[in-house]
Ligand binder design. Structure first.
Ligand SMILES: [Zn+2]
Length: 413
């Protein structure tokens, strides 16, 4: 097999395209492959598939998968046609998508890597600039979103997540069944979520049975404005409730630690995470060690016990039992003389109508396989995003469940 035939096979070229010339540039570490069409007057317009005469040619170059260690570049003079209907049109080439400077197989390989490793690492490994690698990712997302056909969702989750600077947010709507991100919007305002609702087809709106979220007024208002019977469908996420209670416990601890330290006692020193950890995640001996603290008369221990007993409400099977227990818990919390806990207790009471919906729908935003934990991984992997658009792209890329690969290339694993 000669080198032309070899490259023709490697590129998967089919008639009428053929390899014209192969040049190995050893010093540059490059292989250049010239691909050409037979001389012919008429080709097919990509838009109407009608034959049309050649207008002129454009020299184009694509980066292809390396041949062993050699960077491989495909050259072609691509005809542009004079279509009577569509004007001047470049014909499509079978090895690359329109407008891309990489072959489809090269993009597929890059996408496969980008799913596993940070952009910077993929760029370095594949000999791309950071922007080129990010461009392949962005194009993959556009392609995936354009192809996406969604099933009508039953359970949604809305959440916010910050990026880079801690006070900048995006809002994320996901389908809780299948854990995939459906929508990413800037900020966490009412308008952020409004745009999601406005883009939702009516049959999808009708299929929604419940939506999990934090007790966040802008999301609540937007949902009430757009989702019929929202008051029965909004479920305040139990992990957000836990988060509010954890913050209250931590405030109590900080304050009490201050008082103790002033008194020369370091009982609470270094204990922060013991009070915040889920009891199920303790090793047995650590739990025993923690026993002395949590059974103490410290205010922090009281706050902790209140938090834990509130979270136990969510394990109850029947709404009636949960409501009765909640009333008892609320009384205890309000008499606790722990201001941060009292504040959260009132917040829970004020939002109880949409916490009790949990007992009907049993949905939550969090959990080990949740979107949120995937997004934390994405953030960790990239060590910060320079802007929202890039962050949004990465979320869709990793969590959108999209078909990212160019149509002309099979995924390269
Ligand atoms: Zn045409």
């Amino acid at each position: 097999m000669d080198d032309k035939m070899l490259y023709s096979r490697l590129l998967g070229l089919s008639s009428p395209w053929g390899v014209e010339k192969v040049e190995l540039k050893l010093t540059e570490g490059e292989v250049h492959v010239w691909v050409a069409l037979p001389p012919k007057e008429l080709w097919v317009c990509p838009d109407c598939l009608e034959r049309a005469p050649i207008h002129d040619h454009r020299e184009r170059v694509w980066r292809h998968l390396d041949t062993f260690q050699y960077r491989t570049l495909i050259h072609a003079r691509v005809p542009r046609l004079d279509c009577p209907k569509h004007g001047v049109k470049q014909i499509r080439v079978p090895w690359a998508e329109e407008g891309s400077r990489f072959t489809a197989l090269f993009e597929a390989l890059a996408i496969g890597w980008l799913l596993q490793a940070p952009i910077a690492a993929v760029a370095e490994r594949m000999g791309l600039s950071w922007d080129e690698a990010a461009g392949i990712q962005a194009r993959a997302v556009r392609r995936g979103l354009a192809r996406r056909t969604l099933e009508a969702p039953r359970y949604l989750g809305v959440d916010e997540t910050s990026f880079q600077k801690r006070h900048e947010y995006v809002s994320i709507v996901s389908n809780l069944e299948g854990s995939r991100v459906l929508y990413v919007a800037d900020d966490r305002t009412q308008e952020s979520l409004d745009r999601f609702w406005e883009a939702l087809p009516p049959d999808h709106l009708a299929s929604i049975e419940a939506i999990a979220m934090d007790m966040w007024e802008p999301y609540i208002r937007s949902t009430e404005d757009h989702l019929p019977d929202a008051h029965r469908k909004i479920v305040f996420d139990k992990y957000h409730v836990a988060q509010h209670l954890n913050e209250a416990v931590d405030k109590v601890r900080r304050q009490e630690n201050g008082e103790l330290v002033a008194d020369g006692k370091d009982w609470l020193k270094g204990t922060k995470y013991l009070w915040l950890r889920n009891p199920n995640n303790f090793a047995r001996d650590k739990w025993r060690q923690f026993g002395e603290l949590r059974e103490s008369v410290l205010k922090t221990a009281r706050a902790w016990a209140l938090k834990e007993s509130a979270m136990c409400l969510f394990d109850l099977r029947y709404l009636g039992v949960a409501e009765k227990n909640f009333r008892a818990w609320y009384g205890w919390a309000i008499r606790s003389r722990l201001e941060p806990i009292k504040r959260v207790a009132r917040m829970i009471r004020n939002h109880w109508e949409n916490i009790r919906t949990y007992f009907e729908h049993r949905i939550t935003n969090a959990g080990a396989e949740s979107i949120n934990s995937k997004i934390q991984k994405v953030k960790y992997m990239s060590r910060g995003f320079r802007n929202r658009a890039r962050f949004r792209n990465a979320i869709y890329f990793h969590c959108g469940g999209l078909n990212l690969y160019p149509a002309t290339a099979k995924p390269v694993q």
